[in-house]
Ligand binder design. Structure first.
Ligand SMILES: [Zn+2]
Length: 583
């Protein structure tokens, strides 16, 4: 076993032990003894304890199977591990399916009593969630109907996926005598490339494919929005946005604040786009020029060990204990470092409550991959701190805060490298990296959210939502966000038609609030030092113990005020100012 491979034996010593464990729990997966009895605090507690005991083993089994599978995706032995876990998971969820509905049906006083009961402290936050949902739960027969409707209603997403991956009439383009077959992958690569004529051809061909299917895609998307509004009305929420945010335990006011603050910062984005245009020296700057590199890539070309040392240097402001944990992760083999045959591509972090987090990388000596180390270790440390400090029932953090720790790390590393670098070419490249991260994560995702808000509120107000009205709205949003330096080409009006995330409504705004929080935290850490670091570690240790908005407040970020947004946009404008000067 190489020191660059996972210590997967920390979960199970062998595949035999995996199967033995499966056998051991298979017959234990049965919650029927608790059915109809959750109105008694003691029974409720026993049920929760049993749930936890089984879920913790299932977590180990499923992470083990996934990790084995990801180290060799072609292995049928590892596929079998995955199917085994899947069938146990299904058995578990079927057997436990009654628990949440039964709890939701309990009288308010009983639930409030449970929340106040010191013996049930570990479950108070999830019980509060159940109490909040209660107002939106319907009668048993109505709930049955809604459950029946959910399967046919899931078709919109499926139809779009089929259109986008199978039926989209993507053509072959000819460029410099070469035939290039268009796909989503090649589109992305070409848009980030330096060949302008190719970008233009590709952009036109790509959007033509969406335009050709626009009637079908519009009907699919409108159907999906109407489905969302159906559930919103059935469950008596004021809006789909409110329903989505309350589901994450986030006040809809956060969404309004985000939009308001991003609007105020749009002149900064316009300025950035104008700078891109200036650098490009193009007379006319088009939407297909936006992703093109504005400076030469500078590869740090570091071996993994040296890259890891650099990441540690960049994260030094987080304190000695944090750095020691990074060393522990490296030395105790939490990380699968290099690409091997049939290994899953990309990078991720995964954690098991009863062992430690693991990170998958496919490290190559690029600058981007140095940031990937910092990013994934951010996730891993968030899990580590939360698992160490929270009971199982409160350890898992919500998606709303999931990208905070990873992007705090990236920001600290970029800022460290910018300070250390002497070469203007590298400084230009690093600032461009940070500016693009903010442009695509904060501005672009907020623009998407604004489009979602438009489509949903249109249907909610019984106004007609059509292909044309959506194109018009999207084009006007594009103009408002990117400004006058770039031509909002006709094709960009159809961009909404190619965004898969729109079939999971009001999800993408979390990318924006996540990075805004991270930028504000990184700023605090670098300006306020120890007290900010201590607050941040308390946040990392808080898991999913409260509403994400309350947890971020521990780190000094109150998303209901202007402060974090202003800090984030200050980072953007300062980086832009320096970016203009590095020549
Ligand atoms: Zn991430």
């Amino acid at each position: 076993m190489s020191k660059y491979d996972w210590a997967i034996e920390d979960i199970f010593s062998s595949i035999d032990e995996f199967y033995k464990t499966c056998e051991e729990i298979e017959n234990k997966i049965d919650f029927s003894e608790f059915k109809g009895r959750l109105n008694d605090a003691k029974t409720f507690l026993s049920c929760m304890k049993k749930q936890e005991e089984l879920a913790r083993v299932l977590d180990k089994l499923s992470v083990y199977a996934m990790m084995m599978h990801d180290t060799d995706t072609s292995s049928s032995t590892y596929d079998a591990l995955m199917s085994k876990v899947m069938s146990l998971g299904t058995k578990y969820s079927q057997s436990a399916a009654f628990i949440v509905p039964e709890l939701t049906a309990l009288p308010e006083e009983t639930l409030k009593g449970y929340i106040e009961n010191p013996l049930l402290k570990e479950y108070d936050y999830s019980l509060k969630g159940i109490l909040k949902q209660k107002a939106h739960i319907l009668s048993e027969s109505e709930e049955k109907l809604l459950a029946l409707a959910s399967e046919p209603f899931s078709c919109f997403k499926e139809i779009f996926t089929k259109i986008d991956n199978a039926d989209l009439p993507l053509t072959t383009i000819t460029h410099k005598g070469e035939k290039i077959e268009l796909s989503h992958g090649t589109y992305g690569l070409i848009m980030h490339g330096t060949d302008r004529a190719l970008r233009q051809k590709c952009f036109k061909a790509y959007y033509k494919a969406y335009k050709d299917l626009l009637n079908t895609i519009s009907s699919t998307y409108i159907g999906s929005v109407k489905k969302d509004v159906f559930f919103t009305r059935a469950r008596k929420y004021n809006s789909t946005m409110e329903r989505a945010l309350i589901g994450e335990d986030v006040s809809p006011k956060v969404y309004e604040k985000l939009l308001d603050c991003v609007h105020k910062a749009l002149p900064e984005l316009h300025d950035y786009i104008a700078e891109k245009k200036k650098i490009s020296k193009y007379k006319k700057f088009n939407m297909y020029d936006i992703y093109a590199p504005v400076c030469d890539g500078v590869e740090l070309k570091l071996s993994y060990d040296n890259a890891f040392e650099l990441v540690k240097e960049g994260l030094a402001p987080l304190g000695k204990d944090y750095i020691e944990l990074l060393d522990k992760a490296k030395n105790e083999r939490w990380i699968s470092v290099y690409e091997t045959k049939n290994k899953r591509s990309g990078a991720y972090s995964v954690c098991v409550y009863d062992t430690h987090p693991y990170v998958l990388l496919n490290y190559k000596e690029t600058t981007h991959d140095v940031f990937t180390i910092a990013h994934e270790l951010g996730h891993a440390m968030h899990s580590y701190y939360s698992n160490k400090n929270q009971p199982y029932s409160k350890a898992d953090y919500r998606i709303f805060v999931a990208e905070v720790a990873s992007t705090v790390n990236e920001t600290l590393l970029i800022k460290h490298l910018l300070k250390k670098a002497t070469d203007n070419k590298l400084k230009k490249y690093l600032s461009s990296y940070l500016l693009e991260m903010i442009r695509t994560t904060v501005f672009r995702q907020t623009m998407f959210s604004e489009f979602e808000e438009y489509s949903h509120s249109t249907v909610e107000n019984n106004l007609p939502l059509t292909k044309d009205s959506m194109n018009e709205k999207y084009l006007s949003l594009n103009k408002a966000y990117y400004g006058n330096a770039v031509i909002s080409n006709e094709e960009i009006a159809y961009e909404w038609a190619r965004i898969p995330h729109f079939y999971r409504s009001f999800y993408v705004y979390k990318y924006a609030t996540g990075l805004i929080s991270a930028l504000a935290i990184a700023d605090r850490i670098l300006t306020e030092g120890e007290s900010a670091v201590n607050d941040y570690k308390k946040f990392l240790s808080s898991g999913g113990s409260d509403s994400p908005i309350e947890l971020l407040k521990i780190a000094g970020v109150d998303l209901l005020t202007d402060v974090p947004y202003e800090k984030a946009f200050k980072t953007f404008s300062e980086t832009l100012k320096n970016f203009k000067e590095y020549n």
